[in-house]
Design a protein around this ligand. Sequence first.
Ligand SMILES: [Zn+2]
Length: 503
Amino acid sequence: MNRHLLGTVAAAVVLGQSLCAQDVAATLKAAEYALGMVRGPQRIDPINTFEYWGTGSTHAFGQAYRPGMPWPAFKVTYHASLSYAVPAMRVDVTRSNPEGLVQGGGGLPLAAPQRQIQVVSGGFAWNESTPGAGFSPGTTATPAPGTANDRLLQLWTTPFGVLKMAVEAGAKAKLAVEGGLNTITFPFSDATVKMTLNAKQQVERVETRSDNPVLGDTVTETTYSDYKDLGEIPSDVLFPSHILEKQGGFPVLDLTVTKTDPNNPYVVFPVPDNVEHAAQTPAPVKVDVQKVAAGVWYLTGGSHHSVAVEFKNYMVLVECPLNDERALMVLDTVKKTIPNKPVRYVVNTHHHFDHLGGLRACVAQGATIITQAENRPYYETVWAQPHTLNPDRLAKSPSKPVIETVTDKRVLTDGTQSLELYHLQGSNHAGTMLIAYVPKAKVLIEADVFNPAPANAPPGPVVQENVNLYENLKRLNLDVQQITPLHGRMVSIADLHRALGEK
Ligand SMILES: [Zn+2]
C-alpha cells in the first residue's frame, strides 16, 4: 500500500471515529433531555441527589425452592435515596412474607416483618438499624465490606446514573441501533454496561454482567418503563413508574414507583467510624477444626461450615459452600488434618447457591459430587456456562463433573465407617434437601432446617422446619445424639427438643 493511500485510510478512520463520537454525545444529550436531566441551551445537569419510593417484591437470588425455579419473593415497601456526587445509595426496605404457601430459602418465611437498610458510600458499605445509624446511642451500623461493588453498580444502573456513566465513558461509549432502538455500550469497572433507549430516547433497559460462583458470567438486566413525573412539586424530571430487575433470568426486584424527590439536600451518607475501621482491618477467612467423634471433624469459621468424615482409604466432605476461596481453604484443611486420604466424595445438602458455590472447586480437584437426584441436570447445565469474568479453578483447568445422586436414601460404607444420606421430606426450605447421619458417632449433619440460636439466647417461637426435621428423624428412626449444623454451632439432640418447646 502506498503512503498516499495509507494517509487516506487513516483520515477516514479518524473522521469515522469523530462522527461516531458525535452521534454518541448527541444521543446521550437527547436521553438526558428526555428524562429532564438537562435544561436550557447549556448542558446543566441538575440531578445530584434523588429519592424514590415504591412497593412490590424483592427476591432471594440463588434461593429457589427447586433448582431452575424463580427466586422466592418477599413483599416489600421500598425507599431508595442516592447521591451521584458522593457516590452513595441507601436502600431502606421493609420485607414481609408473600401471600400463600412460602417456599424457598433466603430467610423465608419471616417470623415478623423485617426492616433492612443497606448503604454504600464511596468504597464503604454497611447496614443500618435506622437511617443514619452509628452516630447516636442505641443505633448500629454493621460493616458489609463485600457488598460495596454490587451496591455501587445498583446506583450507576439507575436511569440517571447510567446516563452519567455513559457520558463519563467518553470515547469508550459505542452507539449501535438494534431493532430500531439506540443502544450504547461502555466499559464500567471490570465489566461492560449496555443501555437501550426507547423510541422517546428514555432509558428502557440496562444490562450488566458479573461473576457468580455458581452461574459464572451472570446477566443482570433492569427494565424501566412508564416514565412519569412522580414528584410532589411538578417538574420536567421523569422517572420510571415500573422497575423490573432480573438476575440469572428471574426477577430480583419488581417495583411500582409511587413517589420521587429530586435534589433533597438532606440526603447524606456519613460513614460511621466502625465501618471505616472494619474496612482497614478485614476479618480473616479461616477454617477451625473441631473433632466431634472418631473420624468426624466439624470444619467451621465464617458463616458456612462443613463436616469431614474419615473412611479407610478416603475422606467424604459434607458441604463445600460459598465459592472457590472457601472451597480451597476447606479442602486444604481436610488435607492437613487427615493427610494421605483424598477427598473422594463431596456431599451437597441442597441446591441453594451459598451451599453449592464451592462444588466446582471440588470437581476441579477430582472429587465425585453427591447430591439429590433432581439437582443433577441443573448442575450440569449451569456448570457448563462460561466463567470469563472471574475464571475459577474449574474454568482454568476444565474437567467433566462426576455427579452421583440420592433419590431417597444412600449409604456410603467401607465396613469401618458409614455415612447415611436421606432426602428430607416435607421441607419448605428446599425441595432437594439431604440430611446426613453418621451412625457410629450418632451425629446428624443438616443445613438450614435447624440453625441453633446462641447458647444463652431466650427461646424463640417454634419454627416449622425444626418440627419437620424432627418428624423426619422419627420416620427414619435415627438415634441422633449430636448435631453439627452447617450454620451456627454444634448442639445435642436436647437443643432440638428445646427449640420445639419441649422441656
Ligand atoms: Zn438453603
